[in-house]
Design a protein around this ligand. Structure first.
Ligand SMILES: Cc1ncc(COP(=O)(O)O)c(C=O)c1O
Length: 290
């Protein structure tokens, strides 16, 4: 089946879905986006994603392109037209199209709205999860990475470096060798006492929707969560490590650079949280959770 994309009011074959060369996202990466997990045709953590989108738009002085209800309608239409049961839906809002000029005039701009959806095979057995290797790289992004913008060049460079090194992800560290997050996910460790540690929210990490969900699931499972920065060295000596994102779920990390984490296999806490996340996603699928 050929894929269908939504662009500015029209549902088009993917190959014919275009935005203008003077779209400000093309010239200035002037746009924001969300990626939402779809399970059994339903969006997971829709509320959190819409709240983050609204915040991203506000922080960048961009207007709302339409109501949340209208955006949600477009996403569900795109999911349905692509016959996605399990997968993800991608929504991007750009500031608009205008002759290339750094400064923008809000009055002249109509936001560009793009939506795509695709199927993905979801993991279903936490015990079969395989650990991945990550590398570490300096975090050289701008100072407002809490905003989910399409300005992702440093992330793309870091992820490519990881890929070339045979690794799944790049964990980024700040000027004090403290881990911020990963190129497209949030970073976590489990200390020797079994506490879950992840960097607190701030301007220096993206407020991951999966991160938020995992914090809630951890407390439901009696796992203590400590939101504090941790160093690359601490991560290498941790009992367990993992990363989270909409598309990676809870992914065990068993090697950071040359250091093997724990016994080299996904740890108990990581597997518990992945299992809890899968149960939660399944409840969404059954219409049992919001
Ligand atoms: C830099 C970065 N951090 C964290 C995340 C995880 O966010 P979420 O759990 O909302 O997918 C992403 C997801 O794309 C990301 O790009």
């Amino acid at each position: 089946m050929s894929r269908i994309a939504y662009v500015n009011g029209r549902y088009l074959p993917h190959s014919r879905a275009h935005v203008h060369i003077d779209d400000r996202a093309h010239n200035f990466a002037d746009g924001v986006y969300e990626v939402i997990l779809v399970v059994a045709g339903r969006m997971v953590d829709e509320e959190g994603h819409m709240a983050r989108l609204t915040r991203s738009l506000r922080e960048l002085d961009m207007g709302e392109p339409m109501s949340d209800a209208a955006l949600i309608h477009i996403m569900y239409q795109t999911i349905a037209r692509n016959r996605v049961m399990n997968g993800m839906v991608y929504l991007q809002v750009n500031r608009g199209t205008a002759p290339r000029n750094h400064a923008y005039d809000k009055q002249d701009l109509v936001p560009t709205v793009v939506c795509t959806a695709k199927s993905v095979v979801l993991p279903h057995d936490a015990d079969k999860a395989v650990g991945v290797k990550v590398i570490t790289r300096p975090d050289n992004r701008w100072e407002r990475v809490d905003i989910k913008t399409v300005s992702l060049l440093p992330n793309a460079m870091a992820k490519t470096a990881a890929s070339r090194a045979g690794a799944y992800e790049a964990w980024l560290f700040d000027e004090n060798n403290m881990v911020t997050e990963c190129s497209s996910s949030n970073a976590w460790i489990v200390d020797q006492e079994g506490r879950l540690i992840t960097r607190p929210l701030g301007l220096d990490i993206l407020p991951g929707i999966t991160r938020d969900r995992v914090i809630k699931l951890a407390s439901e499972h009696g796992i203590e969560v400590v939101e504090r920065a941790f160093s690359v060295d601490e991560a290498k000596n941790a009992r367990e490590a993992f990363l989270t994102s909409t598309t990676s779920f809870v992914k065990p990390v068993t090697q950071i650079d040359d250091a093997v984490i724990g016994n080299g296999h996904p740890g108990t806490t990581t597997r518990t949280l992945l299992a809890a996340y899968l149960v939660f996603a399944n409840k969404i699928a059954m219409g049992e959770a919001a």
